[in-house]
Design a protein around this ligand. Structure first.
Ligand SMILES: C[S@@+](CC[C@H](N)C(=O)[O-])C[C@H]1O[C@@H](n2cnc3c(N)ncnc32)[C@H](O)[C@@H]1O
Length: 162
């Protein structure tokens, strides 16, 4: 599909501008150039397609994907919201951070009006891979950025769905 030839309103659900507005104030690491790429890829999927996002944090990329995707496209967000391994946090404080991040994620999706579009799988990417149905038409890998886990995500998910 020639994405350049299509306007945002021809592509998917909401416009890209509306998707960007919906992530204002949502903490995260998704720059606008990446948001546009995700938007265009998700918007191009036909109903029946499946998007998997690995790593959601507070929902920036999830909101962009769900804003772009047509009705009938399934969006799966995989994030365990586990304890972050930060030396500055003791065990209980770390557990609270994971729960708090999950609450913020859910609240942000609802505020953006896309909570109903996203199926959250609270598991690690490795666990989710074991039962993810095929096909996966669009895969966004943005989980752990440590070298080993990031390499495993790319290698293992592409091996199954690439
Ligand atoms: C860089 S953030 C994701 C940012 C998000 N995509 C955005 O748009 O702001 C990384 C996320 O990956 C999650 N994560 C860490 N290890 C993971 C794993 N093994 N599987 C899935 N998600 C993981 C973390 O909980 C965190 O929320």
């Amino acid at each position: 599909m020639d994405l350049e030839a299509k306007t945002s309103s021809e592509l998917g659900g909401r416009s890209f501008e509306d998707a960007v507005a919906a992530i204002q104030g949502v903490e995260g690491w998704l720059p606008l150039e990446q948001a546009r790429l995700l938007y265009e890829r998700a918007a191009a999927l036909p109903p029946g397609g499946r998007v998997v996002e690995i790593g959601s944090h507070h929902g920036r990329s999830s909101i962009v994907l769900a804003s772009a995707a047509r009705d009938g496209v399934e969006i799966v967000a995989v994030d365990p919201f586990a304890r972050p391994e930060r030396p500055s946090l003791d065990r209980l404080a770390a557990a609270d951070v994971g729960e708090r991040d999950l609450q913020i994620f859910a609240a942000n999706l609802d505020r953006a009006g896309v909570g109903h579009r996203i199926h959250h799988v609270r598991e690690t990417s490795a666990d989710a891979l074991a039962h993810m149905p095929a096909p996966v038409d669009l895969l966004f890998i943005d989980g752990s950025h440590d070298f080993g886990p990031a390499r495993s995500d790319i290698r293992d998910w592409v091996r199954v769905f690439g």
